[in-house]
Write a protein that binds this ligand. Sequence first.
Ligand SMILES: Cc1ncc(COP(=O)(O)O)c(C=O)c1O
Length: 445
Amino acid sequence: MAARQDPSVQHVHHLPAGQPLLLNGSRALSQGVGRYRQDDVGISIAPLVNVNSMAPVITAPSTPPLTASADPTAPPVIESPEGARVTIGGRQYDWFRGNSYLGLQAHPDVLRAACEATLRYGLKLRDHRRVGCHPCVLEWERAANSFFDCEAAVLLGSGYAGGAVMAAALGDDFDVAFVDEQSHANVWDGLAAAGVRVISFPHRDPEGLAAVLSTDLGARQRPLVVSDGIFPITGALAPVPDYEVVLQPYDGALLCLDDAHAYGVLGPDGRGTSDHFGLKGARRFSYGTMSKAFGGAGGVIPGSAELRGRIERRSAAYRSTTKAPPGIVAAGARALEIARTQPGLRTRLAAHVARVRSALRSMGMPLDDGPAPIICVDARSRLDFASIARRLFDEENIAVLHRPGGYGNVPAGGCLVFTLSALHDEKQIERLVDAFAPSDIADAT
Ligand SMILES: Cc1ncc(COP(=O)(O)O)c(C=O)c1O
């Protein structure tokens, strides 16, 4: 098959010369999937790109992708991996709309792990301790335990399942759940499924939490406080140290954070919001996802063997579902290893976050200097978000996200959101900052 340069597989250029062969053309496929030929499985394998070693790699399908809609309000159709740059309608765009914060979603080692496990084990994961278990699950557990420095991390089919799994696991240990009113849908669904009493408290408001605790918690009742660690639309952090102060008088109080956007990103070791604040404790829990910083799919609950036992016994949402396919699990194990052993990725992301926040602040944007890679300029800026997003896209080939107000947890009046990744280079960051200023500020009325 002829070699083909495809912009959607740019990462293959990073394969170092002399790297062990990923796949040996159709021979590897026929070894891996028995009687199937490469054409049957619909992927092309070619000695692609001159990397001296001629390492064969899997390329994107040769069929042309769907192209972008002529409707300017339609979501763009992305024809490449979601990286620092993406291909849309055959053009390259600097991409500030993703949440692959460490840029691992198309890392060559992660893709290699996914391909090898897929060819070796197929698409159906076996993960049941009594029936049998694929080795990639054990590898994932080892990698997650090392990353989170915990005893017995639990793999879930999705980050979304985390809410239900934690609510079931902790169910006997609290009487009333107090939930930040802007918490992610999985938190509400999970607590509803557990059939527990749920009271909301005002968004990121420790005094509001203290008020509902004093009115809605009976004598000798134990509270569970739940919140997102990083809120996904605004990038705001839960004020966890303040919640700790509020919870001090309550014996047996539990706190649980949905750290979907914080794992891999916050804290010296990337272990999430509590790591960032330097807090931990036996009655402090968090869960998250493999689909953001780790670039894949599936959910993760770091914890003790005792918590794992409770999850296995009490949560049907854990027990009675098949987890992600083997390729995804193996990719997740590799991504966790990279995130643990290459802290420079987090440092680089943090530098980008600090640079963009401070540049936008110096232009008068209402932003704090928080550590989240989700940077949200809200209506206090009085900017015309729709026209800025369109100008950046059409004239600068920069994709940022305009979220109109009026739905979900989007701030009133809408917002403009920039999400950053360790994969962005300094030039992209400076181009973003320069392209945003100064005309957009002058337009504010
Ligand atoms: C705060 C939060 N929690 C949970 C999830 C669910 O994660 P996943 O998409 O991996 O199931 C998301 C993802 O969209 C999220 O933003």
